[in-house]
Unconditional design. Sequence first.
Length: 391
Amino acid sequence: MPFLTDRIQDTQRRETQARALADENTTDVSALHRGTRGGFLKSRFAFDLDAIEEELRRSIIGQPRAIDEVMNVLRVVRADIGDPRKPLASLLFCGPTGVGKTETVRTLARILHGDADAMCRIDMNTLSQEHYAAALTGAPPGYVGSKEGTTILDQEKIEGSHSRPGIVLFDELEKASDEVILALLNVLDNGILTVASGERTYSFRNTLIFMSSNLGARELQALADRAAVGAAGMGQRMRRLMARAAMRGRDRRDAAREVVTSCLLKRFPPEFVNRIDHIEAFDWIDPEAMPRLVDVEISRLNRRLAKHGCLVEIDPEVSNFLAERGFDPRFGARGLRRAIRQHLEFPLADHLLDLSAHAEPGAEEGDRRVLQARLNDQALEFYQSRMEDNV
């Protein structure tokens, strides 16, 4: 009986966590946060807030307010003072495409669990039809597969461990069917999802729940550009809302949150929006942030090149060239990735293949080729500047 096996596995998992709780000494918050012992606050969670913040600010460019919000949430989790009958936190990231909403969650998963894919990611566009809701909640009683309680949820990634929170991302939330949204109400409220057959439950009480949506992107752009307040096609209510925010001289962050909330209420029922702990509006990518984004993408490329014993270096001229070719406010960082692929990775691949075919013996194992990119007549060329120890 598959459902009985699931129950046994769930029981064994909970017993293992209980033993860990009994055997493992609780962690001193001040010790991991400041690297010292002492202090009275105890927590079962073991992650370094300073290291997380440093990596988020290095990897997620142009979103300081969003990172501030994430860090505020993580401090509450780290101190272990949240309601144990609810998820650790629920956050909805809104805004344009390609500005770092999904990447923020992936980066957090990489820091906490050592792998950017160590999270349960649900693409909500695959649940856009009502009859697809069974993929999330399981088949109803009497239907094929109902006793197994099979869903697309990854229980291990959702529940995390005793000292590390699980992470789930409901991506492009606005594309989910109304049935799926209703199923999430109970998850946000008490951290439990019971499959339709009643044979199995998923606990989200040790979970950071992230959601992303592109709702409000156009309105946020208008908020950033006051001249666009009266843009064609924008509703009268939205124009009044944004004009009122401008007249009051309100903080842009509060105004953006109000604009986004108004857009959310047009799509989701109020009781769903009201259950979300934090709603954060991501900013459009600013042109001044592009050189830093180039540095991030080159660092990622070099991590992929490490297995070939190669490293790419670029100078400011090449960085500016890639930033100019990649900047498009409609597509955010994805436009930059396409520009890097076209203008840098294509010629780099040709150079590496040619270099490998004509490589001369003599390089010691562990040496690394440092390849310098230079701009020549609006095209990138590569030359080997030096060999260095790969340490």
